[in-house]
Design a protein around this ligand. Structure first.
Ligand code: ZN
Ligand code: ZN
Length: 319
């Protein structure tokens, strides 16, 4: 009996991983239910439907790949954002982005933009496309950044709770490295992005603080084709003091200032290149304990809805 059950599970699993939809009727000889794609929706699709939002955070990877003339990872579950890629192609006259900077501002949900639109004004004015997107459950950092950089949800990359194993699925980093591009990740030591994407030919720059990681990113631009900063300062302060605290506000403004500064630095260091700058985030947040602390990880709009900001500039004609 034990054999029959595991064989049944194996057949369903095999069909699913081959991209087939399994209908229980195909296995009518079995007496236990078979769960097919219709019963277990892909997490990315479930979230898009639940919140009525057309885009997923996972779209970052195929979009940045298409913009850069690099193939998408094999296990991508989503397509590139056509609007971004088409407009970028038009601006670059069909040429790809040669340099990419991705600023991962941790815990920068749509809730912040709704509460403090004036603080985002300068950054939005610089952006070419802002994409409202939904993340995946569980709405915590490693789950969401694995989704962002694999272009696929938890059922593909395997991170479903707050844990930091090395991601085995193919990522944005792997296809960039394959294309011969030089990649750097800068972050405070032990945070998710620098940890779950370890074991690759990436230059990892761990620091005691977020601020130092940001500052170093300004200095290394000339050495890389893809630079990723993961800045958790707002997340840290939000957890300790609540979303509306002066501490969270100071961290939020610091990250917005770093966004401006890194964008300006890419214009300077990469002026001779077609370049793409993206500000991405993993999740939003909500108050707990009457606003004394903050949290995220729930399947609620404040945690799930975020924005990704794309901005591109053509190489200076002189160079
Ligand atoms: Zn986070
Ligand atoms: Zn957090």
């Amino acid at each position: 009996m034990g054999n029959r059950i595991s064989r049944r599970a194996f057949m369903a699993q095999t069909a699913l991983s081959a991209g087939l939809t399994v209908f229980a009727s195909q296995y009518s000889g079995f007496d236990a239910p078979i769960y097919g794609a219709e019963d277990v929706p892909i997490e990315i699709e479930r979230m898009k439907k639940k919140y009525g939002i057309a885009h997923s955070i996972a779209e970052l990877t195929p979009t940045v790949c298409a913009a850069s003339g690099v193939r998408a990872p094999k296990t991508c579950q989503v397509d590139k954002i056509e609007l971004v890629v088409n407009r970028l192609n038009e601006a670059f006259e069909g040429k790809p982005a040669q340099k990419v900077f991705i600023y991962c501002g941790d815990c920068f949900g749509d809730v912040l933009l709704q509460k403090h639109p004036e603080e985002f004004e300068k950054c939005i004015a610089e952006s070419d496309v802002v994409v409202k997107s939904v993340n995946v459950m569980k709405t915590v950092t490693p789950v969401c950044f694995a989704t962002i950089f694999c272009g696929a949800g938890p059922e593909v990359h395997g991170i479903k709770v707050y844990e930091k194993p090395q991601v085995q699925a193919e990522t944005l980093f792997d296809v960039f490295l394959e294309a011969g591009k030089k990649v750097a990740i800068l972050s405070a030591k032990g945070n998710s992005v620098i940890t779950i994407f370890r074991g690759r030919k990436i230059d990892y720059y761990p620091f005691p603080t977020d601020k130092e990681a940001y500052e170093k990113s300004l200095e290394v631009l000339n050495d890389y084709d893809l630079v990723v900063v993961h800045d958790c300062e707002h997340d840290t302060e939000m957890h300790k003091h609540g979303l509306d605290s002066p501490e969270a506000a100071a961290a939020r403004r610091a990250v917005l200032d770093r966004w401006q500064a890194t964008m300006a630095a890419t214009d300077k260091a990469w002026s001779g290149y077609n370049r793409l700058y993206v500000f991405v985030t993993d999740h939003g947040s909500h108050n707990i304990d009457g606003g004394a602390k903050g949290s995220h990880g729930d399947d609620i709009a404040d945690d799930a809805i975020v924005n990704h900001f794309y901005r591109w500039r053509k190489a200076d004609a002189a160079e």
